[in-house]
Design a protein around this ligand. Structure first.
Ligand SMILES: Nc1ncnc2c1ncn2[C@@H]1O[C@H](COP(=O)(O)OP(=O)(O)OP(=O)(O)O)[C@@H](O)[C@H]1O
Length: 251
């Protein structure tokens, strides 16, 4: 078997008496789109934050691209290509779509504090930004102010900003949240197009989207993985049906 891009081993985290992560062990294969689903409060967002380093673990190890990153801070993990998108919105509303992505590319380049940049360097940043915008279908909106984008387009922009950081793994926390049917469809198409090129961990409540996109699904309930496998395996798992009792996707 190929080495996993991400391996979580026996993660534990409690807030007082509340165990939000209770012995989570999970491997993400290179190129895989792995969805994490579970009822509200199951600990999905906390798990993503443990992977990025925003939440410190009580116990367990996070291994990324073969390296134990458990003790590394957020920025050191980000520099290695562990990239989170969504819920941390860094879009600057008063800047154009292109400027937002170019700024993200520049920050990744580490040249944010350089006063004088050559025209060549500027062009390279813009080219990188335009390529990312093309990947997410926002190239025609490059000159538009970010503030005037629709909700769905802002989410697309955030993906473009994540892409210029040269991710080795994309962590997506509820990218479809607050979207209508049409916007959700567009996001599914976008993630489908990125699938295989970037391994992804996707936390999402929209089950139609999850079941269309995921190679594998893990189900988190009270901080524990109660099932993990292909969409078909997970759908057939009695414990999952029980956790989602009454919800149409598992009826
Ligand atoms: N910093 C914190 N201090 C105390 N409790 C916390 C903290 N962060 C999260 N929790 C609790 O941990 C549990 C898991 O929260 P988390 O946001 O990870 O769940 P989730 O599965 O992402 O939920 P949702 O699907 O509603 O977004 C919740 O009960 C939440 O109230």
């Amino acid at each position: 078997m190929t080495a996993p891009i991400l391996a979580l081993s026996n993660l534990h985290k409690s807030y007082g008496a509340l165990k939000v992560t209770d012995g989570v062990t999970l491997e993400i294969a290179p190129g895989e789109l792995h969805a994490i689903i579970g009822p509200n409060g199951a600990g999905k967002t906390t798990l993503i934050s443990e992977i990025t380093g925003e939440v410190a673990l009580d116990a367990g190890t996070v291994t990324f691209a073969g390296e134990d990153v458990t003790a590394l801070p957020v920025h050191a993990r980000a520099l290695r290509g562990l990239t989170r998108s969504f819920q941390i919105t860094q879009v600057l509303p008063g800047f154009s779509v292109l400027e937002n992505v170019a700024t993200a590319a520049q920050a990744h380049d580490g040249s944010s504090f350089r006063f004088f940049r050559s025209a060549g360097a500027e062009r390279r940043l813009n080219d990188t930004a335009m390529a990312a915008l093309a990947q997410v279908g926002l190239a025609p909106r490059a000159g538009t102010l970010a503030a005037s984008l629709s909700h769905g387009e802002k989410r697309q922009l955030e993906i473009a900003m994540a892409l210029v950081s040269e991710p080795k793994l994309l962590l997506l926390d509820e990218p479809m949240a607050g979207m209508g049917r049409e916007e959700t469809e567009r996001m599914v198409d976008l993630l489908m197009a990125l699938k295989g090129r970037y391994p992804m961990v996707l936390v999402e409540h929209d089950m139609h989207a999850v079941f269309r996109l995921a190679d594998r699904i893990s189900v988190l309930v009270y901080g524990r993985v109660i099932a993990s496998g292909s969409p078909e395996q997970v759908r057939a798992e009695p414990a999952v049906r029980e956790a989602y009792l009454g919800e149409e996707e598992f009826a």
